[in-house]
Design a protein around this ligand. Structure first.
Ligand code: PRT
Ligand code: ZN
Length: 221
């Protein structure tokens, strides 16, 4: 990816649950984003910044590496990334959208007796780091099975007895005969910045943009 050294780079999700609201926030902050579908980046016409459209999972890497000075990503993805490593990232603001919770769920007919029911069990998840930390913090000895999707199928396929997945309405769990039993993390979209050194000119841009974004967030509180 070719980056222009005099412009800020902002990583947002290309297409998914956070895309529209991320774009909207930047537009409300006064950025006029060049249009064009299915592109990997877009220039801001009235501010020295470019948007990078990427998979949400890649946003922490881009920002931690300093390729993008700013990013918008779910706290769930961010924490899964930063757990156990010293990533050059700082959360600047909670953005009030993309709310969901990472929950452990059990089969509806399972007689769940609290955390001790998880002892010795297998839990399927796309968030192994967050799940392991939660189990550890609660002194539970369970094995975590990493999947890259379709986690809700794991109990039926006998891959694991429990799952740990993101929930918003709970409809997906219910449709798969599962019910939430524990909350591992409450999440929403957050604005993150790199803590890698940013050049003098870019610091000025960054401060100016952050002020505008804080202004937008303040009117919403
Ligand atoms: O392509 P890319 O990798 O960028 O996107 P993605 O498919 O990994 O992510 P996407 O767009 O699904 O979600 C992006 C972010 O939105 C997540 O990281 C969360 O921070 C946030 N978010 C909010 C959610 C949900 N709500 C949500 N409900 N992410 C996923 N879900 C899924 C969940 O995994 C489950 O499959 O929706 C299903 C459950 O929804 P309910 O309403 O049935 O409970
Ligand atoms: Zn993703």
């Amino acid at each position: 990816m070719i980056t222009d050294t005099n412009r800020l780079h902002i990583a947002i999700q290309k297409s998914g649950r956070l895309s529209d609201r991320s774009r909207e926030l930047l537009e409300h902050a006064g950025l006029r984003i060049q249009t064009g579908k299915n592109r990997l980046s877009a220039r801001v016409e009235n501010f020295a910044a470019d948007l990078m459209f990427v998979r949400d999972d890649d946003i922490p890497t881009f920002v931690a590496d300093g390729i993008c000075e700013l990013g918008i990503v779910g706290l769930n993805v961010l924490e899964e990334f930063t757990l156990g490593q010293d990533a050059a990232l700082e959360v600047l603001a909670e953005l009030g959208f993309g709310r969901c919770a990472l929950k452990i769920a059990a089969p509806e007919q399972f007689d769940y007796q609290g955390l001790k029911s998880l002892d010795g069990a297998r839990i399927a998840t796309t968030y192994p780091n967050l799940t392991k930390r939660y189990l550890q913090q609660n002194g539970i000895n369970a094995s975590v099975v990493k999947m890259s999707g379709a986690v809700e199928l794991a109990p039926r396929l006998k891959i694991a007895q429990f799952v740990c997945d993101l929930v918003s309405t709970g409809d997906t769990l219910a449709a798969n005969g599962l019910r939430p039993v524990e909350t591992v993390l409450e999440s929403e979209a957050v604005l993150v910045r790199t803590t890698k050194p940013v050049s003098g000119d870019k610091t000025v841009l960054l401060d100016a943009l952050l002020k505008r974004i804080q202004g937008v967030l303040a009117t919403k509180e």
